[in-house]
Design a binder for this molecule. Sequence first.
Ligand SMILES: Cc1cc2nc3c(=O)[nH]c(=O)nc-3n(C[C@H](O)[C@H](O)[C@H](O)COP(=O)(O)O)c2cc1C
Length: 191
Amino acid sequence: MSLYELIISRRSIRQFKPEPVSREILERLVSAARLAPSASNLQPLEFIVVDEAELRKQFFPCLKWAGYIAPEGNPKQGHEPVAYIVVLVNLQVRDKGYERDVGAAVENMILTVWEEGIGSCWLLSVERDKVQEMLKIPMNYKIDSVLALGYPDEKPVVEDIEGSLKYWKDKQECLHVPKRKLEDIIHFNVF
Ligand SMILES: Cc1cc2nc3c(=O)[nH]c(=O)nc-3n(C[C@H](O)[C@H](O)[C@H](O)COP(=O)(O)O)c2cc1C
């Protein structure tokens, strides 16, 4: 797949197959994050890979999924993510203005795994206090977000927005994701 095909075919995945993602791939995606653009090249981000089974069980309830259709969009039992990347910000390096670094790093990871046929969901709805304690994260690190990973067990589809921007599931449990039309967001030369 070309990079453009990867970008346009990517969807957030919330139902996963119970197949592990190899450490090699997990390391590769963190390396893709490592090499993302960083303002002033300060590189305030670090990453915790959570792939151990017992820890994953404790970790899963700390996340909230697909708010518009909750709880319908939750990963079903046996279809939970098989790994997580916890995105950390070292507050001693940067305590504000790091959000764009996170965006670039996480999108690099999302596309890197998608090329491997692995789906992901980027989550901001994280019970940070619980995760901070569970993973023994020092207080000078802030949890920005979590990337949940696994081989996809669903195929969400894109729709042109017709009114609502809320995604929905149909009777076959296929997720439909409305996106704004190109002609509604593009401006040439003047607004
Ligand atoms: C910054 C950010 C935070 C998000 N947080 C969550 C979240 O907490 N839970 C969740 O299920 N999805 C989360 N998402 C995924 C969005 O719901 C999803 O990107 C959106 O519905 C569009 O679908 P798509 O990714 O398939 O294009 C988040 C996405 C972004 C960019």
